[in-house]
Design a protein around this ligand. Structure first.
Ligand code: GDP
Ligand code: MG
Length: 301
């Protein structure tokens, strides 16, 4: 199945739960007026678009009604699409201009970090890049094994140590290896949970210091991986991680099978960090660079 079809299929629950119902709302009204806007507001808030982003959307619709751009209820869907696209903004590609460049992958357990690394490696390798992956989630042996399986699938080299070893030391090793092999990209997997949150944040800082010391001029991406099925909770996670890492982009996973796809709009409003990739399944091809107009289209069509 082509990615666009997967995206549409993946977003069908969001669409049916919320955006599909917009049709129903429109049928119940004759004119675009305050009552209609109120109904729309309720729908959007329920779809994890978030209160604040919803207010912006409704305000913009109100403006369009006032200045005459929005007259008929048949124009509401197109107006909404335009507003959403504008709010989400363009997708941003990865900035990987140096050799090596570094992608640090962070996020809570189960968000899909390891899977995303497999998918991203696969994409980069298909583009002709040499990829090294560092197994710096040393908290569980199974995490290292799982990453090794993904590296085998994608063709990336893996640098690993045993369970419980110092993650920053794994990163140090991996940087040496990436330099010696003239790798294009080093991707670092990290733990999503340690004994407590403070430990985790300290460890991320330590990894950061090693990268900054060993590769001071390297292009960097710090990707925060989020699970879309957690809805507004994903936003809270992002706010916490942002305190200990300069997040350059988001990977939003598990958009398949959730009715909470509206989270993309909320993310933009609340965090203003670009969504760089979206995941719509567990297979190696189930990830793509985020494209806002494709996304908005999939929500409505
Ligand atoms: P990590 O703990 O952050 O490294 O998360 P994992 O990569 O181990 O993923 C946790 C679970 O989520 C695994 O069972 C993955 O197969 C699943 N997963 C990851 N991404 C997606 C996605 O886009 N869609 C679906 N349906 N499952 C996903
Ligand atoms: Mg993992």
């Amino acid at each position: 199945m082509a990615f666009l079809d997967k995206l549409k299929a993946g977003l069908s629950k969001t669409k049916n739960a919320i955006f599909g119902q917009i049709d129903e709302v429109l049928k119940a009204f004759v004119r675009v007026d305050e009552d209609l806007l109120e109904e729309l507001e309720e729908l959007l808030i329920c779809s994890d678009v978030g209160v604040s982003a919803t207010e912006d959307i409704i305000e913009e619709l109100r403006e369009q009604i006032k200045d005459g751009r929005l007259k008929e209820k048949e124009q509401v869907i197109d107006a909404l699409k335009g507003i959403l696209e504008g709010m989400i903004g363009e997708g941003e590609p990865l900035a990987l201009d140096t050799t090596p460049s570094v992608i640090l992958v962070i996020g809570v357990n189960g968000a899909g970090k390891t899977t995303s690394i497999g998918k991203i490696s696969n994409r980069l390798i298909k583009q002709g890049k040499k990829v090294v992956v560092a197994a710096a989630d040393t908290f569980r042996a199974a995490a290292i094994d799982q990453l090794a399986v993904w590296c085998e699938r994608s063709g990336a080299d893996i640098v690993k140590q045993s369970e419980g070893s110092d993650p920053a030391a794994v990163v140090y090793d991996a940087i040496g290896y990436a330099k010696s092999r003239k790798a294009d990209v080093l991707i670092i997997d990290t733990a999503g949970r340690l004994h407590n949150k403070k430990n985790l944040m300290n460890e991320l800082s330590k990894i950061n210091r090693v990268i900054e010391r060993e590769l001071p001029d390297a292009a960097r991406e710090n990707l925060l991986v989020l699970d879309a099925t957690t809805g507004q909770n994903a936003i809270l996670q992002a706010k916490e991680f942002r305190n200990s890492a300069n997040i350059t982009g988001l990977v939003l996973n598990k958009l398949d099978g959730t009715a909470k796809g509206g989270i993309v709009i909320s993310i933009k409003k609340e965090l203003d960090i670009p969504v760089k990739f979206i995941g719509v399944g567990e297979k190696i091809d189930d990830m793509q660079e985020f494209d806002s107009s494709e996304f908005v289209d999939a929500l409505f069509n």
